[in-house]
Ligand binder design. Sequence first.
Ligand code: UDP
Ligand code: MG
Length: 322
Amino acid sequence: MSVPVLYLVVPCYNEQEVLRDTAEKLEQKLTRLIDVGGVDAKSRIAFVNDGSRDNTWELIRQCTERSPLFSGINLAHNEGHQNALLAGLMTVLPHADVTISMDADLQDDIHAIDLMLEKHAAGANIVYGVRENRASDTFLKRFTAESFYRAMRALGADIVFNHADFRLMDRRALTALAEYPEVNLFLRGIVPMIGLSHEIVYYTRKQRLAGDSKYPWRRMASFAWEGVTSLSARPIRMISQMGMFISFISGLMLIWSIARHFVGETIVGWTSLVVSLWFLGGLILLSIGVIGEYVAKIYLEVKRRPRYLVQEFIDGNARGKK
Ligand code: UDP
Ligand code: MG
């Protein structure tokens, strides 16, 4: 059996502090894999520059000039982690038999790559890297992440617990992924929908090598909300259920107040009036907001705008360099 051509796909956004180090470690890893005959000599490390404002692309170019093991994909502007990753995967798809996606900060353990390849050789089309523990995270991050996974599950999205985007996908899985045309992309939710044969590899996630996380709290919250609303329509249904429940309660209150009226007690109840007014007002606004979120998503989807634009692809395996 022939060995597969592996592409390591690494999205990079303002990663100049870590890129050299990452490149060096990945190069060592890939060289060893090629030497022991685990992967084909045409295997590459593909860095995707997601519209960085620092020297990231310059450093990637230097890598490609220094060694044929590197490919560089330069996106025309910043598209966000998920779309940058997709751009990388789709660009290398014609040249790769398998891809492994990972972050530029090497928080994911590169030793897990061997295990992933083993599982792939044994027949898995997708191998998820799952974090064994979250010891490197603060309590708050752990807690919010945990709640996020639980909420997603409760909302009917089949996502893999503690799996970020460290993942092996072979050509068959990628071809299937290409059939999901959504603009609001949440790979962690979509990949499990593909099905096919999948496996899990456990690893310990490390601290970021250098530089800052590109996911501050605000971005993470919006990422989580994106995830929920792009995978599940259940929040909308929950609004109707809430509406029905509240109408039912108001019906009971109506009967009760009319009854009291006939008994001769008129309710002075200014307080209850104001409270319920505000409560319902808030609820209505919230509901409109959630519905608006979906309308906005529909708006973005129907426009069918391209999800990314590859400005330049440098790769020794690509026929006719762009
Ligand atoms: N990233 C990207 N585009 C962005 C933000 C982040 O390509 O707009 C990349 C980033 O360079 C890194 C990966 O996505 O390789 C994950 O980001 P980060 O490590 O900052 O997230 P964290 O590990 O803190 O969740
Ligand atoms: Mg990171």
